[in-house]
Design a protein around this ligand. Structure first.
Ligand SMILES: CC(C)(COP(=O)(O)OP(=O)(O)OC[C@H]1O[C@@H](n2cnc3c(N)ncnc32)[C@H](O)[C@@H]1OP(=O)(O)O)[C@@H](O)C(=O)NCCC(=O)NCCS
Length: 177
């Protein structure tokens, strides 16, 4: 396929109703996938997903939120990622990523997704600081950031109630050299 931003094994594409909605609905409502994400405490309907996507549709530039579907180069849809709270004057934005297909965990795709997000933020939309928020039990998410050079800069202890306890929250950042 000729469209999208390509990495070595993955491609970032626009989210399309026919191509991506059905799996997105399953992943967003899978408590294991959303265990440590900002979504997942409440049921999300197909209509809710559509309303969110409509609200983030880029109708004027520059956008405050940028969403991508993540596909393998063979076209398999495996997850979603975004850049949110973008500030173009100061040049920062916060990244988020979900590999919804659990069979694809642990194969280096999370590391590649963060690498592609950083490249997109620095080279395409000219941000200079990328941040990420991670709940402490999400060891894998912290690792994919650290493998991409992110530094942990803050911990708010017992900040967020998730899955039966108050969880420490870590903040990470990476700045353009
Ligand atoms: C978190 C997530 C993105 C990790 O992606 P991934 O493709 O499984 O990660 P990678 O294969 O690139 O692994 C990178 C490193 O983290 C380690 N790792 C991954 N998941 C781990 C886990 N659950 N526990 C401990 N280590 C883990 C890997 O072993 C690897 O370490 P190594 O390089 O020393 O061998 C993925 O599991 C996911 O999408 N989870 C659900 C949604 C989510 O939590 N998103 C992040 C919200 S902040």
């Amino acid at each position: 396929m000729d469209i999208g931003w390509k990495g070595s094994r993955l491609c970032f594409l626009p989210i399309e109703r026919d191509r991506h909605f059905r799996l997105q609905y399953h992943w967003i409502n899978d408590p294991k996938v959303t265990e440590w994400t900002d979504v997942g405490d409440y049921p999300v309907t197909a209509h809710g997903i559509e309303a969110y996507l409509n609200s983030t549709e880029i109708t004027h530039e520059p956008p405050q939120t940028i969403l991508f579907a993540i596909e393998k180069l063979d076209g398999k849809f495996i997850g979603l990622c975004d850049i949110r709270h973008i500030n173009y004057i100061s040049g920062y934005g916060e990244i988020g990523y979900i590999i919804g297909d659990k069979e694809e965990w642990g194969q280096g795709y999370g590391t590649e997704i963060v690498s592609m997000l950083v490249k997109y933020c620095f080279d395409i939309i000219n941000l200079r600081t990328v941040t990420a928020k991670v709940l402490a039990p999400n060891i894998g998410s912290g690792k994919v950031l650290e493998k991409n050079g992110f530094q942990k800069c803050a911990c708010i202890p017992k900040y967020e109630w998730r899955r039966g306890d108050y969880r420490d929250v870590f903040w990470y950042y990476l700045q353009k050299a």
